[in-house]
Design a protein. Structure first.
Length: 73
């Protein structure tokens, strides 16, 4: 029964996500055909992505620092 507390914590977050998802859904529907085209590309890229992961780990802290400035622009 350890799952309960985390579910209770997630509840409010999920409620907040609802409206956002509703806004995003039309965009996702438009994007779906493109996503179908992207999938084969992703399969090809996956090995490269695995190599990129260590770099992403290094870059992420920088992104977190930069984000406040980006959101102001």
């Amino acid at each position: 029964m350890k799952v309960r507390p985390t579910l209770l914590m997630l509840g409010p977050m999920l409620v907040n996500l609802g409206p956002m998802l509703a806004k995003l859904r039309p965009k996702l529907v438009k994007l779906r055909p493109q996503l179908m085209n992207v999938r084969p590309m992703l399969v090809k890229l996956r090995p490269k992505l695995v190599n990129l992961r260590p770099m992403l780990v290094k870059v992420r802290p920088m992104l977190v620092k930069v984000r406040p400035y980006v959101s102001q622009v």
